[in-house]
Design a protein around this ligand. Structure first.
Ligand code: SF4
Length: 276
């Protein structure tokens, strides 16, 4: 695991257990790191948990190509390929390859909000989902599209749910631990709590940049003006509590996700970078 917060998977499990929601995970084999390091080879298979067990599809294409770069910052899902390869196409494959969705009506819910970015402001609240076909009715409802941030925290407070540890550390957005949109303060914070992650990121950045420059193409640092290490030195780490750092970097969520005394996390209402 390179991109994700180590705690995210088990945090999702514990939230679903607490709210009595069945959870089926889906993922790209090797995650974003394998896709990023793809060299003259096809994209890896998709895996998804189902009521009948673990299933897989794809991964056997003859279309070999080279990625060898970080996802690029921007609104296009083609160059910012992390969202499409690790989330959107994975969810689509999990729906399209399961017989249980055929002949039924399925509603996909997602949590984008208009005020997050100019392109999200133009999203439709309700539309046919990409996986909708004649034999499989699938709708897509963006449940909180018109909500502001206060409404989101209000509903979390109403159910006394402890937010993901990244918010408790001061991050204003729960993303990958090394999101390409990370601000300087976020990068400095990750460097303080998990320097090995930033060192690995910097090492990949150097390898990609020198490879593409050797082919006469523009360099492929994440931020075209500064390297990740330069951006770390430009930021200020958040004042993070040791017990939350331990939890955020653990694979097991060992605290209760439902609390009796709920407090707004330090990351709430802080301006933070995110997808455009
Ligand atoms: S959180 Fe950031 S790096 Fe991760 S998939 Fe989203 S945009 Fe890409």
């Amino acid at each position: 695991m390179f991109f994700d917060w180590p705690i995210t998977e088990d945090y999702c499990r514990k939230i679903c257990q607490a709210l009595d929601i069945p959870l089926y995970l889906s993922w790209r084999e090797g995650g974003l790191e394998r896709e990023m390091l793809r060299f003259d080879s096809p994209t890896a298979a998709t895996w998804y948990e189902t009521p009948q067990g673990l299933k897989t599809s794809g991964g056997n294409s003859n279309n070999a190509s080279t990625r060898w770069r970080f996802p690029q910052i921007g609104g296009s899902m083609i160059t910012r390929w992390c969202s499409s390869y690790s989330k959107i196409s994975i969810g689509d494959a999990a729906i399209a390859n399961q017989e249980r969705f055929k002949g039924k009506r399925t509603l996909v819910l997602s949590g984008e909000r208009r005020e997050e970015s100019a392109s999200r402001a133009k999203y439709k609240q309700f539309e046919s989902h990409r996986t909708h076909t004649k034999s499989r009715h699938v709708d897509h409802w963006r449940v909180v599209l018109d909500w502001d941030e206060a409404q989101v925290w209000n509903i979390i407070q109403r159910y006394c749910v402890l937010s993901h540890p990244s918010y408790e550390l001061g991050f204003g957005r729960c993303s990958c631990i090394i999101c390409i949109f990370a601000s300087e303060d976020q990068l400095a914070s990750v460097y303080q709590i998990a320097p090995q992650v930033i060192h690995k990121m910097a090492d990949y950045e150097k390898q990609f940049d020198s490879y593409w420059r050797s082919l006469g193409k523009s360099g492929y640092t994440i931020h075209r003006q500064y390297t990740v290490m330069e951006r770390v030195t430009m930021g200020n780490p958040y004042p993070m509590k040791p017990e939350i750092i331990r939890l955020a970097l653990s694979r097991e969520y060992y605290e209760s996700v439902i609390v009796s005394e709920w407090k707004l996390p330090p990351g709430a209402f802080t301006k933070d970078n995110g997808p455009t």
